[in-house]
Design a protein around this ligand. Structure first.
Ligand SMILES: [Cu+2]
Length: 231
């Protein structure tokens, strides 16, 4: 066995022969051929650990930023924000099977007399109404504020089709209260928002009888969420 034919040596020779061939052919094949396998592995590990460190630093920066935002909001504005996360499983008395989802956010004005709100919904069909209702998580209670259509009734036309985005946003004061809250001050609503005794409900209707045939056709409410303090 000799080194006259490098290919033959590589195939049949012992490790020491391989090293000789690598040295002989190093210039022709470049670094990849020259570098012993363990060193190549070490370089890969080094690159990998640099990436891990980079990702860890990014994660730490994100956590720090999120914490800073939380602290900033908690400092000056405690008790002024509420939100509700809406899904079909929260509906009462009958949870609804739907892929529709929503979020409602509320912010009390500086003078405590009005609330700015936004209702966002996705994967939902045929929205006709959105309200704040009075009631705990296991109660189907009365309407106390109309959120959509903005400004109050009547409901939107049924069968309007797919909706994704900001369904409604605006401001209301205590003059907009209906049902058991009619005539009461803003503080009465704020108490219920904070206590978890108010919820947001989005109603759908395809305009075709019978009702409750599936997503896009739950006139009594398709997605719902209990209002809770944000900060
Ligand atoms: Cu409602």
């Amino acid at each position: 066995m000799g080194l006259r034919n490098p290919r033959e040596a590589a195939a049949h020779g012992p490790p020491s022969a391989l090293v000789v061939i690598e040295i002989e052919n190093g210039q022709r094949f470049g670094k990849k051929t020259m570098g012993p396998i363990p060193r190549a592995g070490a370089r890969r590990r080094s690159r990998l650990s640099k990436r891990i460190v980079g990702l860890a630093l990014l994660a730490m920066a994100l956590v720090t930023a999120a914490f800073a935002v939380t602290v900033a909001r908690a400092d000056g504005e405690t008790g002024l924000h509420w939100n509700a996360v809406l899904a079909g499983i929260n509906e009462r008395p009958t949870p609804r099977d739907t892929q529709a989802r929503g979020v409602a956010i509320f912010q009390l004005s500086a003078d405590g007399e009005s609330i700015h709100y936004k209702v966002i919904a996705a994967n939902i069909n045929n929205v006709i109404m959105a309200h704040i209702h009075l009631g705990d998580a296991n109660t189907a209670g009365p309407v106390i504020v109309w959120l959509y259509p903005v400004g109050g009734p009547p409901p939107a036309a049924p069968g309007s089709g797919r909706f994704n985005g900001v369904l409604a946003q605006g401001d209301f004061d205590a003059t907009k209260f209906v049902g058991p809250l009619a005539g009461k001050p803003m503080s009465a609503l704020v108490e219920n928002l904070t206590a978890g005794t108010a919820y947001v409900n989005i109603h759908t209707d395809d305009g075709v009888a019978p009702p409750n045939t599936g997503p896009g056709d739950f006139p009594g409410g398709e997605i719902r969420g209990q209002v809770k303090p944000t900060d």
